[in-house]
Design a protein around this ligand. Sequence first.
Ligand SMILES: CC(=O)SCCNC(=O)CCNC(=O)[C@H](O)C(C)(C)COP(=O)(O)OP(=O)(O)OC[C@H]1O[C@@H](n2cnc3c(N)ncnc32)[C@H](O)[C@@H]1OP(=O)(O)O
Ligand SMILES: N[C@@H](CCO)C(=O)O
Length: 349
Amino acid sequence: MNLISEFADLTMTIETFHSDQPLLLESGEVLEQFDLAYTTYGQLNREKSNVIWVIHALTGDSKAAEWWSGLIGEDKFYDPSQYFIICANLLGSNYGSTNPLSLNPKTGENYFYDFPQITPRDLAASLERLRTHLQLDQIHTLIGGSLGGQVVLEWAVTLGQKLDNAVVLASTAKTSPWVIGLNETQRMAIESDCTWGLKQEDAGKKGLETARAIAMISYRHPDDLAKKQKETEEKLDGFRASSYLRYQGQKLANRFNALSYWTLSKAMDSHDLGRNRDGIDHALSQIQAKVLAIGVNSDLLFLPEESQLISKKVKRGTYKEITSTAGHDAFLIEFEQLTFHLRSFYLEG
Ligand SMILES: CC(=O)SCCNC(=O)CCNC(=O)[C@H](O)C(C)(C)COP(=O)(O)OP(=O)(O)OC[C@H]1O[C@@H](n2cnc3c(N)ncnc32)[C@H](O)[C@@H]1OP(=O)(O)O
Ligand SMILES: N[C@@H](CCO)C(=O)O
């Protein structure tokens, strides 16, 4: 598909890349073949020097100009009239790429619970297949937050000189026990759904609602809820915070699959940039690109110190902080500050 807006020089394409070469995963398992759905905006320049590669977070999709509308689009910081912007749906996610509901070529049936464990390193390896296929020899900027930031780091290590700038938002070089614990409680919620274990597409849907409600508390901050879910009258029950979390749970369960959630939250847990690389300090020192690590002062999930550490241990690192009461999700919300920090980073040269 090639959509050309009549109002602007904004070309958007939605494609699916099929890899028929086996992908050896960190777990030792092999994915014999896989698809990656990807969206591009704008056009590659003659020098092929304007590639902005976006990596989405846990429940995102390839349509980066939709969920990052304050950063990508006409007259936005990453303007498709200037840049060739690409975002692929991560392996394991249910927005067009191979995921647990896809057909397992070995059995001819859906993978369901047999979908292999994947790690951010595997996700980076799958994206590398797409990069090679598209013959994008140089990436101007690789950018992503949270799980997306983990994949940025993994891929930055292996891309070496092929990457100029890496932007890592609200993320970490190694997932903390705190985050693993939070993810485990969410998977426990999914497991407690009586449909979990059944080979059906909506298995675990009710459990996913609870999982998202738990997750939302870690994506926000007490001040955010105090501000947005404040009661205007005295009451004993029926609190706004309760209906907000229930609503958020339903909203996600209506657009996302519990098996994908399980797979990608496990991927997040497994992240350790230093695995088989002599630790995270050494791994970070191997990144050739300039790195901008952005933390959020109110992030209760990936702490600002974790972003600071990334900036300190890479060869050429800068740390910037978003000031917000939004918590972890500020990287999806605070566009003005994001734009300011990105502009300063590029100007620093
Ligand atoms: C459809 C797709 O393909 S989406 C794929 C892309 N998604 C992603 O990339 C995921 C990343 N995005 C996100 O996580 C979120 O969209 C964010 C962080 C950017 C913003 O979160 P939001 O849910 O939009 O904001 P917020 O937390 O303020 O909640 C607002 C919603 O809660 C509802 N709400 C607010 N308070 C209450 C309450 N007390 N009771 C019930 N509902 C409430 C609002 O009506 C609003 O509903 P809406 O989303 O239907 O408009
Ligand atoms: N709001 C984000 C949270 C993870 O960073 C998402 O749903 O992907």
